[in-house]
Each structure stands twice: as structure tokens, then as C-alpha cells.
Unconditional design. Structure first.
Length: 156
């Protein structure tokens, strides 16, 4: 396994076991992190570890803790070329308000430099998953049923 792929895999695995501080150490101090347009909670480009950690804590983790009982980022496949890694995966969550599970696909394009994550570009997967996720989590009414295979009421 190449160094770039090893770093990216490690970055995904550390938060899954509660080791966010070690995951942060894998970030280049000048990381450029770009979230896709219309991504729930925040989008746009953040530069530097401090800006990223602050934004993730306040604009991502706090609202997600409000909206989800559980949430996971699960990469499935990787494509590598030199210092670049593309990860294809799914976000999975169990909502608090409606007790529904959700899944939404993602594509993350990483650049690794000197053993650290230098850049992330999050590309919206070409499905309705993210739009339906935003609608159901933030705007759905209690009596309304979601109409997507990505959502399953009272179960996974």
C-alpha cells in the first residue's frame, strides 16, 4: 500500500475509534479543505488546521449531535495515483427527530504531501442523496414520509 493511501485510510479510521487528536496530527498545517456546494451544515473552502478544527467543531459536530443519534463516514473504495487518493464511500446516520436511518454517497479527493493530508476536495455524489438528506433532516415535517431508498424508518 502506498504512503498516500495509508495516510488517508488512517485518517478515516481514527475518528471511528474516538481518536480525533491523532487524526488532526495527520493534517498539514496549511491544509486546504473544500466542502461541496450545498453540503449540509457548511460548504466552501477552509485553509489551515485551526480554521478547519474550529469550523468542524462549531458548524459540523455541534449541529450533527443535535440532529443525529449516530453518524459515520465509511469509505468503501479507493483509487490512488502518486500523492492523490480518491475515496468513494457513504455517510450513514440515525436521525433523532424522525428515528430514520439515512445514507448519502460521497467522493473525497485527497492530496497527501510529506505524510500529511494537504488538500481535500469533497465532490457531491451524482445522486439525490445529499439533497434528500438536507430536506429530511432539516425541513421535513413529523407526519411526512421520506420517499427515497436512502431513508428507512425505524431501522437500518
Amino acid at each position: 500500500m502506498g504512503e498516500a493511501l495509508q495516510v488517508v485510510r488512517e485518517f478515516y479510521s481514527l475518528p471511528a475509534v474516538g481518536d480525533e487528536p491523532q487524526a488532526i496530527k495527520l493534517l498539514d498545517p496549511e491544509i486546504e479543505w473544500t466542502e461541496a456546494e450545498r453540503t449540509p451544515y457548511f460548504n466552501g473552502t477552509l485553509r489551515g488546521v485551526t480554521a478547519l478544527v474550529t469550523a468542524v467543531a462549531t458548524r459540523l459536530f455541534e449541529p450533527m449531535q443535535r440532529d443525529f443519534k449516530e453518524f459515520r463516514t465509511v469509505p468503501g473504495e479507493f483509487i490512488t495515483e502518486g500523492d492523490r487518493v480518491v475515496a468513494f464511500g457513504n455517510y450513514f446516520g440515525l436521525t433523532k427527530r424522525f428515528d430514520r436511518t439515512m445514507s448519502a454517497p460521497f467522493v473525497h479527493c485527497w492530496t497527501v504531501s510529506d505524510g500529511r493530508l494537504r488538500q481535500l476536495i469533497h465532490i457531491r455524489a451524482p445522486r439525490l442523496g445529499m439533497r434528500l438528506w438536507r430536506h429530511t433532516i432539516m425541513f421535513d415535517s413529523p407526519g411526512r414520509k421520506a420517499v427515497s431508498a436512502d431513508f428507512h424508518e425505524n431501522g437500518r
